[in-house]
Design a protein around this ligand. Structure first.
Ligand code: NDP
Ligand code: PMR
Length: 387
């Protein structure tokens, strides 16, 4: 069966030593891709999962020399691991040797280069194609992941786009406004589908993490810089966020504001985490959490901002707000949320103080409103085809 999603273990040329995944020899379409942006639609790559000898696959149990069973290597999927926070967290987790990282990326050549450039060891990661701007791609990713035969122990919904200067909306393959489509709806579908896989995992602490942000929380100074986040009564989302025949903004505003759309999507991320917690934590034991990793002012998130902003933003955050955090430090923070034994609490929004110590932070009233979370859940289910 032709799959649009592609799977690429560790590097373009090598299969991880411990991995039993093979890409069919004739299926080399992805090797000749030269465009920087690989469109899901242009990919027709066959993937095959072949179990060879009984080798230790990522996520399989290993017996210690003294005969005691040790905790096996965990498998974590990180979306948007080709740059910034996602890449730094992927590196931090892979370096522990305790995690095999599945880098779920829309541009796998970029991801392969990024992993190599970051010095991630062959065999410590697998790259799989995922374009969150297409619900088909999300479903195909899930299919490919399942075929790869790995367990799923943790999922990090990290990818995002930010279109700060956009005054007209762009749309996903399914016709939804792009910022909310990628940052929220794509992840909503991914998380819902992969919950089944996480429930099957025997890993001691399974976690589903969704990135939030200070700018989506109006109980902070940063969250009060205009345009402020606000979902209103969700009428724009309920009408399909389509722009042409209605509003491309969640609150139904007539005019489009790219900066607000991003901040709104972050409220959705934080509300979704809490709704997942309410619906599934007790039943499954899975930890659901969100976080504000600090202001990582140097990442690609600001690529569409005006050049003056990109020049001044890092020193402003370093010396004025003192909220700046390096990509490496933010990666460690996220890695802790995935794996630190002290961060197992569910339904929590983590932040870090000036000494880089984690604490459970307060969400704004809107970002913690259970009624809104329920309504968001129900509308999102319809938009992604789950209801
Ligand atoms: P980056 O732009 O560096 O990383 C974003 C990642 O998302 C990239 O890998 C990008 O892929 C990927 N991505 C974008 N669109 C899609 C798509 N359609 N499908 C799949 N992947 C996609 O930004 P950051 O590292 O800063 O952001 C990571 C997370 O951290 C985001 O959720 C953001 O909201 C959050 N955050 C960031 C803060 C900051 O100060 N930077 C502060 C608070 C939260 P590609 O490489 O191909 O472009
Ligand atoms: Mg903000 C304590 C002060 C603080 C912090 C922690 C941030 C984080 N910002 C703060 C303050 C201010 N910012 C102030 C006083 C201003 C006015 C000069 C300001 C402006 C500003 C802009 C224009 N800040 C921004 C922008 C963006 O375009 C970024 C954004 O909103 O992206 C959505 C941003 C950010 N400030 C932050 C953080 C973390 C961001 C980035 C992103 C995010 O939420 O992902």
């Amino acid at each position: 069966m032709a799959l649009q999603a592609a799977l690429l273990p560790s590097t373009l040329s090598s299969v991880p030593k411990k991995c039993s995944i093979a890409v069919a020899a004739k299926d080399t379409a992805f090797l000749s891709v030269s465009q920087k942006k690989v469109q899901a639609a242009s990919l027709s790559v066959r993937t095959r999962v072949a179990t060879t000898a009984p080798v230790a696959t990522p996520g399989s149990s290993t017996a210690a020399k003294d005969g005691k069973k040790t905790v096996r290597q965990g498998v974590v999927v990180i979306t948007g691991a080709s740059s910034g926070l996602g890449l730094a967290a992927a590196k931090a987790l892979a370096e522990t040797g305790k995690w095999h990282v599945v880098m779920a990326c829309r541009d796998f050549l970029k991801a392969a280069k990024a992993a190599k450039g970051a010095g991630m060891a062959d065999g410590s990661y697998t790259i799989m194609h995922l374009d969150l701007a297409s619900l088909d791609s999300v479903r195909q990713f899930v299919d490919s992941f399942r075929r790869a035969g790995m367990p799923l122990d943790s999922l990090v919904c990290n990818a995002a786009i930010y279109r700060p200067t956009a005054r007209t909306p762009t749309f996903t393959a399914d016709g939804y406004e792009m910022s909310v489509g990628v940052n929220h709806l794509g992840h909503f579908l991914l998380a819902r589908l992969l919950l089944d896989d996480m429930q099957k995992s025997d890993y001691p602490s399974r976690r589903l993490i969704i990135l939030g942000s200070i700018t989506g929380n109006t109980n902070t100074l940063a969250g009060n810089i205009p345009p402020k986040a606000g979902l209103g009564d969700l009428r724009g989302l309920a009408a399909g966020l389509r722009g042409q025949n209605g509003s491309a903004m969640i609150d139904g505003s007539e005019s489009f504001d790219g900066a607000k759309a991003y901040k709104d999507s972050k409220i959705c991320n934080m509300l979704t985490m809490q709704e997942l917690h309410r619906r599934y934590h007790e039943e499954t034991g899975i930890t659901f959490a969100s976080l504000y990793p600090g202001c990582i002012a140097t990442t690609g998130l600001f690529r569409e901002h005006i050049p003056l902003f990109r020049l001044l933003f890092p020193p402003f955050q370093k010396f004025v707000t003192k909220g700046f955090v390096s990509e490496a430090e933010s990666g460690k923070r996220l890695a802790h949320v995935v794996s630190d034994p002290s961060l197992t609490k569910s339904g929590v929004y983590w932040s870090w103080n000036k000494d880089s110590a984690s604490f459970e932070n307060q969400l704004s009233q809107e970002a913690s409103d259970p009624e809104k979370a329920k309504k968001l859940w129900e509308i999102s289910e319809k938009l992604v085809g789950l209801a």
